[in-house]
Design a protein around this ligand. Sequence first.
Ligand SMILES: [Zn+2]
Length: 194
Amino acid sequence: MVSVPRRLFTVVSAISLLLCMGWLLLWMMSIHRSDQFDTYDGSYHYHCLISSAGQLLIIYHDDSALQTMRTPSHPSTPWQHSSFPYAQHFLMGTGNWLNQHGFAFEWHEPVPVFAGNGFRSFSAPVGRETLLQFPDWVAALFFAVLPAGWLVAKRRRLKRRRIAENQCPTCGYDLRASKNRCPECGTPTASIPP
Ligand SMILES: [Zn+2]
């Protein structure tokens, strides 16, 4: 009977593996083209994701200062996808090692707000913009940790079970007639507790 935590670990690891593979796919697709997903939420916020050149850039734009100025928000729009046949590095900041390797976290204030017609109005620079950028490999690596842990745990369980059943922990060969060394793969067995 498989325990509930172990089953949960398996399910979460499987989801994590799918996310890891999805991110690797995103990374490959971003090498030669750029994809942008963005939306206005109708309450003074603009959200944008840009995948390009092996990096993901997340932009969060806040125009809520307009609310205190009694100016209506840009109307809401559903998530829109735009695709461009070129890849572009979004290297923000300069000089430091993290920026040069595709990492960035920036906060800009004030910046121009989105006006009612969808274009940025330069007359009222009261917006705030937060930018977060990281390379795709970081996300892929992050989502690979759990599946790797799952694999290690599975191998450890198998090894424990083989030792308990008097089998070689490396290849599973029956060791009841052997001493010191597995005749199949050569693994020393003298150190294995009976
Ligand atoms: Zn063996």
